[in-house]
Ligand binder design. Structure first.
Ligand code: HGY
Ligand code: MN
Ligand code: MN
Length: 414
């Protein structure tokens, strides 16, 4: 496949300019962006970023799964690697800031540090991580999970997207997988990620920077409801095994339970499918997603028990519910020393900041279990994300870059 690389002069001086350019890859009507793992738009974006990194004088390479690295080699401790970046993939019709901003901010920070101070003592790798969202395949953090050893390649064989394409086949079609060049899978000395908050706290509290202390635990499930297809006109209400009605009841039940159980617990059904999905047929089978999050594992366990109890109701109606958990990421506390350093840095720069828990999942929660990790936020307008309405003011984007520069200087130059 020839990769059409968007011609650009690469002279970006702001994150906003770089994000406008990057949003072309996978840009949808109405301003949203869709870049699903190993899709053509994903591949174009990674290759365009490779061109940008090369134009900035970085040594570039891909690893087996398609993570893209742009390296500034350290002159004193080249083996000591500070990794900074975020993910290039998006949700379907998402915004242009989620993930991409962290890559843009890291590229700008590394470029400005080099212009001002020359090469670092320790190596800095800017990384465009292949996948974080779990938007195409029932798996998340494929990029950071590969680097940290959470995943190996044969796991890709038995995971399929909704068109029945395996992660392995999609990876190899994009020229990655075991066939590609071996990467230096080294444990980074630290990981630093800058990301939009995707929530309302910084805007509401009028703070420029979020310093993340913890990232919530996250569980994702596929839930199947099995009843019996039948005629919509001749089947009395009391004689139905209506999988659509059961799913609707279940969604109301789990939502009410989550609201009642704990004000920090969130449970979301974002995706449904119906078979045979015909207006004059009682649905015999339905399926939905479930995304559950909380900063305390005990609450996640308690909620899981609670919703399993609903299966008794289904049996009583002569129907079945099958709940399959395909993701279970524990809550993670990020490095307190790095968080304290970021607070000092923000203070020295005159940037207001707030320490907070992230309700959104991030690659930082994968790296947080492998090396000292720092996650910084910039405000999201109206707290909106995973939507074409996602927006952060250019001056807020810039504040994130300036603080990232300061923290990378401490990690790689001092
Ligand atoms: O879903 C999340 O929290 C993240 O945006 N992937
Ligand atoms: Mn993200
Ligand atoms: Mn996201």
């Amino acid at each position: 496949m020839t990769i059409p690389v968007q011609e650009a002069d690469y002279g970006f001086k702001t994150a906003n300019d770089m994000l406008e350019w990057l949003a072309v890859f996978g840009g949808n009507e109405g301003g949203g962006v869709t870049r699903l793992l190993y899709s053509d738009t994903w591949l174009e974006a990674q290759h365009a970023l490779k061109g940008l990194m090369q134009a900035k004088g970085l040594d570039v390479r891909f690893d087996e799964v398609g993570n893209l690295f742009g390296r500034r080699v350290g002159v004193e401790e080249p083996e000591s690697v500070i990794l900074t970046g975020s993910h290039i993939d998006t949700v379907i019709n998402g915004g242009k800031f989620d993930g991409a901003y962290g890559i843009a901010a890291s590229l700008l920070a590394v470029e400005r540090l080099y212009e001002q101070y020359g090469p670092p003592k320790r190596t800095i790798d800017v990384v465009s991580l292949a996948e974080e969202e779990g938007s195409r395949f029932p798996l998340t953090f494929w990029g950071s999970g590969w680097i940290t050893g959470l995943y190996d390649l044969d796991q890709a064989e038995h995971i399929y997207d909704q068109d029945g394409i395996s992660l392995k086949d999609a990876m190899e079609k994009a020229s990655f997988g075991a066939t590609s060049m071996p990467s230096q899978l080294k444990k980074p000395k630290a990981f630093v990620e800058v990301h939009i908050e995707q929530g309302p706290i910084l805007e509401r509290k009028k703070k420029s920077i979020g310093i993340v202390s913890h990232i919530v635990g996250q569980r994702r499930y596929t839930v199947q409801f099995k009843g019996e297809s039948n005629h919509a006109g001749t089947t009395p209400m009391t004689m139905r095994k209506d999988a659509m009605r059961l799913m609707a009841e279940w969604i109301s039940f789990i939502s009410d339970e989550a609201e009642a159980m704990d004000s920090s617990l969130v449970a979301t059904v974002g995706k449904v499918s119906v078979r045979p999905n015909t207006s004059n047929v009682i649905a015999g089978e339905t399926e939905c997603s479930l995304d559950v999050r909380h900063y305390n594992t005990a609450v996640l366990n308690q909620f899981e028990e609670k919703i399993k109890a609903f299966e008794e109701r289904a049996r009583h109606l002569g129907m079945t519910i099958i709940m399959q958990r395909w993701m279970n990421v524990e809550p993670v506390a990020l490095d307190q020393t790095m968080a304290k350093s970021a607070a000092e840095g923000a203070g020295q720069l005159g940037l207001s900041y707030e320490t907070l828990v992230s309700g959104a999942g991030h690659d930082s929660q994968v790296f947080g279990n492998c090396c000292p990790t720092m996650l910084l936020f910039v405000p999201s307008r109206n707290g909106i994300s995973h939507s074409p309405e996602e927006w952060t003011e250019p001056e807020d984007l810039e504040k994130g870059v300036v603080l990232l520069m300061k923290e990378l200087y401490k990690l790689a130059y001092e």
